[in-house]
Write a protein that binds this ligand. Structure first.
Ligand SMILES: Nc1nc2c(ncn2[C@@H]2O[C@H](COP(=O)(O)OP(=O)(O)OP(=O)(O)O)[C@@H](O)[C@H]2O)c(=O)[nH]1
Length: 256
């Protein structure tokens, strides 16, 4: 019998919590300025006016909520642990109960972007819990397991659910995880690409085990969200698909 991943994380918030941006002490980089109205500017772009953060040890300019969703066992928790701690949770599978989150601050073109990443339980019985969190999500990483065809077949149902509960402009990215498991592969990379194209979402294969494309997936999301919230006529429009395609590392294998 597997143990359950505990969810009692410090500072856990209610579904309706909005994320304040913390600005302050760490005014790093010469392009960061304060204008006469007291607004922070980075490379001439005014940062959205948000309350400052008083009780956090990490400073940031923008904050966004990202959710990891997908069937149980596809590797959501492992992906988050790889990204946050650079480690892989090998061994027996411990299913998540409910929902939990971890924070990570990324430096995106001189802007500190905090991602509050919510790890949801893939099991059906927790679905009503996770539904409540969708509406505040700025981005969703939707995972399937390349060694598990059912998890891939269920992507359509996940997208239906996302469209029902999340906001219309939520950023969605499809990830085919466990790309390292070449012997057990059951879903071709091309199938993932085709499905993503059908739904107009960016796609990449990842591996929480080796770290393949893990940083890239979160960085791409952070860049997209940052560009959306700091629209500037002087900066060219950020194209998430183009960025992912240019940065992505392939797996060099696609047998099924
Ligand atoms: N080979 C390989 N195994 C992985 C990878 N990611 C996760 N796993 C394994 O897959 C199993 C499930 O991983 P979890 O991260 O717990 O899955 P989950 O999606 O969080 O599952 P729920 O909490 O039930 O929703 C574990 O045994 C992991 O060690 C990966 O990239 N490669």
């Amino acid at each position: 019998m597997s143990r359950k991943k505990t969810l009692k994380s410090k500072g856990q918030t209610s579904p309706s919590t909005t994320l304040p941006a913390g600005r302050g002490k760490e005014q790093e980089g010469k392009s960061r300025k304060i204008n006469s109205s007291g607004q922070a500017l980075i490379n001439g772009v005014i940062l959205p006016n948000r309350p400052s953060l008083s009780n956090s040890s990490e400073f940031y300019d923008l904050a966004f909520k990202v959710m990891l969703v997908g069937d149980s066992g596809v590797g959501k928790t492992c992906l988050l642990v790889r990204f946050k701690d650079g480690a892989f949770l090998a061994g027996s599978f411990i299913s998540t109960v409910g929902i939990d989150f971890r924070n990570k601050v990324l430096n995106v073109d001189d802007v500190k972007v905090k991602l509050q990443i919510w790890d949801t339980a893939g099991q059906e019985r927790f679905r009503s819990v996770t539904h409540a969190y969708y509406r505040d999500a700025h981005a969703l990483l939707l995972l399937y397991d390349v060694t598990n065809k059912t998890s891939f077949d269920n992507i359509q149902a996940w997208l239906t659910e996302i469209h029902e509960y999340a906001t219309q402009d939520v950023v969605i990215m499809l990830l085919g995880n466990k790309a390292d498991a070449t012997q057990e592969r059951a879903v071709k990379k091309e199938a993932g690409e085709k499905l993503a194209k059908e739904y107009g979402v960016p796609f990449m294969e990842t591996s929480a085990k080796t770290g393949l494309n893990v940083e890239l997936a979160f960085m791409a999301i952070a860049k997209e969200l940052k560009h959306r919230s700091m629209k500037s006529p002087n900066h060219p429009k950020f194209k998430l698909h183009d960025y992912v395609n240019s940065e992505m590392k392939g797996t060099g294998c696609c047998r099924s």
